[in-house]
Design a protein around this ligand. Structure first.
Ligand code: CUK
Ligand code: CUA
Length: 851
């Protein structure tokens, strides 16, 4: 053992030296490295910024898992290129205008009792105020709603603790209606607000009818958070332009940035969403703007549902502690974070202890009376996440934009504990469930805006940089840099992977967007082409490796709808579909039905094909759309006289094909026997594969019947085609069957002893697998049974590996060398290594039946 370890250590030293790695680097690598097939403990949902999408990646490996199409077309998923996804995207049209981009900022996970339940994910679009709902059963966007009155949003999305509502606060104040209003009337006509969307956590749907907006002054509302536990029922929203400055740089006035930060304080808006929701039920309390409910400020004030608390200069993040007792507000232009006590705010509200009113009559609570403490953190504090020890040590992490740091501090005492530099200019930071009632600690991800010198140069537009930080120890440790190459993520949320319960395939014929059976659902044998007036409906199926139908004839000007169902039941057997040059594309995951509608407005011949490399015969998975101009006369082309095969030649080809099929079949039967003998049915993943393989195999009988009928009818050519189809089914059966066999072998092999494992490692390190394949004669002899091939086998093999050159003259060795045209080299193995390898060879012999 020492020998293997020592040689491993030498190798490690060598790599460290060559790559200039420190011990610290190795530790970081060990903390993030995830061996092939390994899983991550956390799944991260990051907004995609200007890409209008969401990103999904794993922690600690930082491996990208998926982009989710949300507000922006995403071709891989067919997002925006088939009928059903176009419909979802169209829900995001604003005043009839199609909007194909978005600026996703703040994702939020649905909660039950303040902890993530892994069911729904929502995210806002700042540019075009919208919210999207993503279903975590299949990671697909299922709903988009447009904010009816706000013209820009930022402080959303935030779930209330039982996902009853989603808060979405305004950013740039604007008139609620859709008319022109002079900038001079800013204070009178422009408004901010927070929209309180009713959410149905069972259906995962926002109910726009039961939603409403709370009118707020035209201060620029910013980040928000929902209260929890102690402060459940309340919402908190920052602002940064209580000056109500309107800029006008072109008129010689100082720009927005000068006027917006003139006051020493801005306002934290404190509102009782529970009470407001009740009020909104009575038409007396609301006015209808653009068809949506708005609660005017005076109604909220009269009902004691809206208050202001001053907060230091242009704050940014506001985050409620896991028990809801504290509200932490970051300064942005102030070096402090201010911790407010909910009990103190509540006391002031209950005893009507106010220092005055703002110009709109909203009561203002004394900042000093509401504050718990202030922490001096550094330059540009932006956002907060809570750590595992929040209860006893007030563990909280704050991002410092200007100082490019993550600060660990104690929000109960306002003392700084530790600092970690990041590169550069961090915005949000993401803790593991760090904003739920159950923060997990372990890691913080810094979402950095700039990458500057971190990565290879790729032109002036740099990626963003997500840095993973280990926060489990006394000192924080930077572990990993991950470039984000598609937009500027603002916020990410993390959830324990164990909380997600996703489906790996759809119920057959489902429309994932309605949850109902798709009107285009088509099963094998039901394929058809139906014309209704100028509309041609193709009811088709896709399964390895053909699209049925394969020829579709339409007239120029017809509307064509392809309904396609993926008949596969095997995991990951996705097909894609496009018609060349018609700008349509769909992704068909197993079981899904899609619809693609387009106008056949170009004459010609258009191949269509499967766009996912789904099987060995993927390239053959195609067909033709032929668009004919009915007003044109087409002259039939002189048929080429093709050379034809003689009956004898045909018969010979037929016999050859049948023989190949029966040979292939016996291979399949041997695999089937192996699977049955070893009780594949006991292992669900193997069983699924076998079911799929046998399903492919079951199609052979029908083809054989057709082949035999063709032979009887004297059409040998046709019979050969059916025999070839049989062979295709056999290949598909074998493809999946062999996958099942490999998996089964892994499951049933006897475990290796430690010595055998070391021996296996030495075998790989020595490069023995370059010539030897276990279970097969390759560039060297099969090693199964090698120990029994010679008298005193173990000793013989040991000698041979240690000193092959001494045996080159042996007759047996000579004949082998001749046969393989290769000589076994001396690999410089130590005796201990060879002993271990003998153990490995013994393990091979014990499991000989598996190879
Ligand atoms: S915002 Cu980007 S760093 Cu839109 Cu949450 Cu603070
Ligand atoms: Cu189906 Cu490629």
């Amino acid at each position: 053992m020492m020998a293997t370890f020592a040689s491993g250590a030498t190798e490690l030293d060598k790599v460290m030296k060559e790559r200039g790695l420190s011990q610290q680097d190795l530790l970081a690598a060990a903390k993030t490295y995830t061996p092939s097939g390994g899983r991550d403990k956390y799944v991260i949902f990051s907004s995609g910024g200007q890409s209008g999408q969401m990103l999904v990646y794993g922690v600690p490996s930082m491996r990208l898992l998926k982009y989710i199409g949300v507000f922006t077309p995403e071709p891989w998923q067919g997002w925006g290129y088939d009928d059903d996804t176009k419909k979802i995207l169209a829900e995001g049209n604003i005043r009839g205008k199609k909007i194909t981009w978005g600026d996703t900022h703040h994702p939020a996970l649905s909660e039950t009792n303040g902890v993530y339940d892994g069911k729904w994910l929502v995210v806002n679009d700042k540019a075009n105020p919208r919210i999207a709902v993503i279903d975590l059963e299949d990671f697909v966007t299922k709903q988009i709603v447009v904010n009816p009155v706000l013209k820009s949003d930022h402080g959303g999305a935030f779930f209330t603790p039982n996902s009853e509502y989603i808060l979405e606060a305004c950013q740039y104040a604007a008139p609620f209606d859709n008319e022109w209003h002079s900038m001079d009337d800013y204070a009178e006509s422009y408004r901010g607000g927070v929209t309180i969307w009713k959410f149905d956590p069972k259906k995962g749907k926002i109910d726009t009818k039961k939603s409403f907006t709370l009118e707020l002054p035209p201060y620029m509302q910013d980040l928000s958070d929902a209260g929890k536990e102690a402060s459940d029922g309340w919402g908190f929203t920052n602002s940064f332009n209580s000056e109500m400055y309107t800029g006008g740089i072109e008129k010689g006035l100082p720009p927005f940035e000068a006027g917006c930060s003139r006051n020493d304080t801005d306002y934290l808006h404190v509102y009782n969403w529970k009470k407001l929701a009740k009020l909104a039920e009575d038409p007396k309390n609301v006015k209808i703007v653009n068809g949506a409910k708005v609660i005017p400020m005076d109604v909220a004030i009269k009902n004691n549902a809206l208050f202001l608390v001053p907060e230091p200069k242009s704050p940014h993040g506001v985050d409620v502690s896991p028990d809801g007792k504290y509200i932490v507000v970051c300064g942005k232009l102030d070096t402090h974070a201010t911790v407010y006590s909910w009990a103190k705010i509540k006391k002031a509200i209950d005893s009507k202890d106010f220092v005055g009113k703002d110009p709109y009559g909203i009561p203002i609570i004394d900042m000093k009376k509401a504050a718990h403490c202030q922490a001096e953190l550094g330059l540009g504090p932006l956002h907060n996440q809570f750590g595992k020890n929040w209860k006893k040590q007030g563990e909280i992490y704050t991002s410092l934009y200007v100082d490019s740091q993550v600060v660990r501090w104690d929000y109960l005492t306002c003392k700084v504990v530790d600092r970690q530099n990041v590169s550069y200019n961090i915005g949000h930071l993401c803790g593991m469930e760090g904003k739920s009632e159950d923060p997990q600690g372990e890691y913080i991800i810094a979402l950095n805006k700039l990458a500057i010198d971190r990565f290879n140069e790729i032109g002036p537009l740099h990626p963003q940089n997500h840095q993973l930080i280990d926060v489990s120890g006394k000192k924080m440790q930077l572990l990993y840099d991950m470039p984000i190459p598609l937009g500027e993520p603002h916020q990410a949320v993390a959830i324990r992977a164990s909380k997600l319960h996703t489906d790996m395939r759809y119920k057959m014929g489902i429309n994932p967007f309605t949850g109902k059976i798709h009107k285009g659902k088509t099963l094998a044998g039901q394929e058809k082409i139906v014309r209704k007036g100028n509309h041609v409906y193709v009811y088709g199926t896709m399964v390895r490796s053909h699209i049925n139908p394969e020829h579709v004839n339409v007239n120029l000007g017809d509307t064509v709808t392809f309904y396609l169902t993926n008949l596969e039941r095997a995991e990951d057997e996705t097909h894609g579909f496009t018609v060349d040059q018609y700008n349509v594309h769909a992704s068909l995951e197993p079981g899904k039905t899609v619809a693609l509608t387009f106008k056949a407005d170009r004459e010609g011949v258009f191949p269509y094909y499967c766009t996912e490399f789904c099987s060995a015969l993927h390239l053959e998975m195609m067909g033709y759309l032929l668009v004919k101009d009915p007003s044109k006369k087409y002259v039939s082309v002189q048929k080429l006289k093709m050379a034809k095969m003689s009956p004898a030649q045909l018969k010979a080809e037929y016999d050859k094909t049948v023989a190949t099929n029966s040979a292939t079949d016996s291979v399949i039967q041997s695999v089937v026997k192996f699977l049955k003998d070893n009780h594949y049915e006991k292992y669900p993943t193997v069983k699924n594969l076998v079911t799929d393989a046998l399903d492919q195999y079951s199609k052979i009988a029908e083809q054989k019947k057709l082949s035999d009928e063709a032979v009887k009818a004297g059409n040998i050519n046709k019979a050969i085609l059916f025999e070839n189809m049989i062979w295709q089914y056999m290949v598909k059966t074998a493809d999946v069957g062999i996958r099942a066999k490999d998996l089964l072998v892994k499951k049933i092999a006897t475990p290796m002893s430690a010595a055998a494992q070391r021996g296996h490692a030495a075998y790989l390190e020595g490069g023995c697998n370059g010539c030897h394949v276990i279970g097969k004669v390759s560039s060297g002899p099969d090693l199964v049974g090698v120990l029994g091939r010679h008298e005193n086998g173990e000793k013989w093999v040991k000698e041979w590996i240690l000193h092959p050159e001494k045996m080159y003259d042996n007759d047996y060795i000579k004949s082998m060398t001749n046969y393989f045209n290769l000589r076994m080299p001396n690999q410089g193995m130590t005796e201990a290594q060879v002993d271990d390898m003998i153990e490995y060879l013994k393990w091979i012999d014990k499991n000989a039946n598996l190879f």
